[in-house]
Design a binder for this molecule. Structure first.
Ligand SMILES: Nc1ncnc2c1ncn2[C@@H]1O[C@H](COP(=O)(O)OP(=O)(O)OP(=O)(O)O)[C@@H](O)[C@H]1O
Length: 376
């Protein structure tokens, strides 16, 4: 575990980057520091590997004050990934990844073999190994940066806006990759971002920071989205935080009608190819062209993906897919909405209006929507 124990940083010019922070970063989990520019995120991250020395308080790594550890040794035991990857331009990818193992005096052949494994682990083709960083895309460079940070198999990973320089699609892919890696590796990850969406997607716990490293809220993503500590945090989370919360709930709760039970909904029919993959929806009544069938994967996707597929479908029906893209069944918009409502408190029946226009309780069986609009 990493512990910030009253850790603060005051620069010689008097700037207080971080006032005094108490924070536990649990072992084997992802903790995300998120907050506006200049709130002290990078300062805090760098206190862990002693690139910044606190001017007050301490940072403890598994109970030991990092100030007591040899800085170079400490850094070799902590993976560090930064924006733009920070690769050595004159070294091939394979040697970039093996940098720390070389420094640790590992046998070169062994270090390279491990680097090749890591290349595969982060989803890069083997031929990437011999290229130089400038021959890679931004997203590929970030993957190499992650592989390099993992090379010495450090228990701790510090990631400072590692994915912010790449476009949103590549970024989402890198985030997915990090979550997949983390499910296998269980590193203690301290991740810095200014993007709240990224924070709630990746964090087991999210620390929302105000200026000078003051904690505005420390919570798991669900709590953060549903119960922001104050208006400032709510504003930072954005207006669609309720909808974004759907991205934290699994799609597996949606009721799926198996393909064997039929693929017709009114005049709409889902057509599949020989392998069981959806081709599209056809409206038998209109004899019109096939329309695309939006799908989602119940095993791995979120409720948000299921809702998206249902909303996009011309038939109002999402296609549930297996990992190979074959149709398992279908889920109506209503089924998705039912799953969505399952986690929420039931809405009471609409109350009627008194003659003074004030709402009053109405029996659940006697809800009168007209009354609610004052229609008579
Ligand atoms: N060497 C320095 N001297 C004086 N002030 C500094 C120095 N380094 C950083 N600061 C200030 O400390 C504060 C925190 O900086 P830090 O880089 O930790 O913020 P951040 O939250 O990571 O910002 P960003 O999201 O923009 O990267 C900022 O106000 C910054 O200007």
């Amino acid at each position: 575990m990493i512990r910030f124990d009253g850790a603060g940083k005051r620069h010689p010019d008097g700037t207080i980057a971080v006032g005094s922070l108490d924070l536990d970063v649990p072992t084997g989990r992802i903790t995300v520091l998120v907050g506006p520019s200049g709130c002290g995120k990078t300062t805090l991250l760098r206190m862990v590997n002693r690139m910044v020395e606190p001017t007050s308080g301490r940072v403890l790594l598994d109970g030991t004050d990092v100030a007591e550890l040899d800085a170079a040794k400490l850094r070799r035991g902590i993976g560090y990934v930064i924006q733009q990857a920070g690769l050595f331009p004159h070294r091939r990818v394979i040697d970039n990844i093996a940098t720390v193992p070389y420094l640790l005096g590992q046998d070169r052949k062994k270090a390279r073999a491990r680097a090749a494994e890591l290349l595969e682990l982060v989803g890069l083709a083997p031929e990437t190994a011999r290229r130089y960083p400038f021959q890679l895309s931004g997203g590929q460079q970030q993957r190499v940066g992650v592989a390099r940070a993992l090379a010495a198999d450090p228990p701790v990973l510090l990631m400072d806006e590692p994915f912010s320089a790449v476009d949103p699609v590549v970024r989402a892919g890198l985030q997915d990759e990090l979550l997949r890696l983390q499910s296998e590796l269980n590193k203690t990850v301290l991740f810095v971002t200014h993007d709240i969406e990224e924070a709630v997607k990746l964090g087991d716990q999210v620390v929302v920071l105000h200026e000078q490293g003051r904690i505005a809220q420390l919570a798991d993503p669900h709590t953060l989205l549903t119960a922001p500590a104050d208006d400032g945090v709510a504003a930072f989370l954005g207006r669609d935080r309720g909808l974004r919360g759907l991205a934290l709930r699994p799609a597996s709760t949606v009721d799926v009608r198996p393909t064997a039970d039929g693929l017709r909904y009114g005049s709409w029919e889902l057509t599949l190819d020989d392998t069981g993959r959806p081709i599209g929806w056809i409206d038998r009544a209109a004899d019109a062209a096939l329309l695309p069938a939006a799908g989602y994967r119940p095993a791995t996707d979120t409720l948000r993906a299921a809702l998206d597929a249902a909303v996009l479908s011309p038939a109002g029906v999402a296609v549930a897919l297996d990992a190979e893209g074959r149709a398992l069944g279908t889920a109506t918009r209503e089924a998705v909405l039912a799953a969505l409502s399952a986690g929420l408190p039931a809405a009471p029946a609409p109350a009627g209006r008194t003659t003074t226009g004030r709402a009053e309780d109405a029996p659940a069986t006697d809800g009168d929507p007209d009354g609610a609009t004052g229609g008579r």
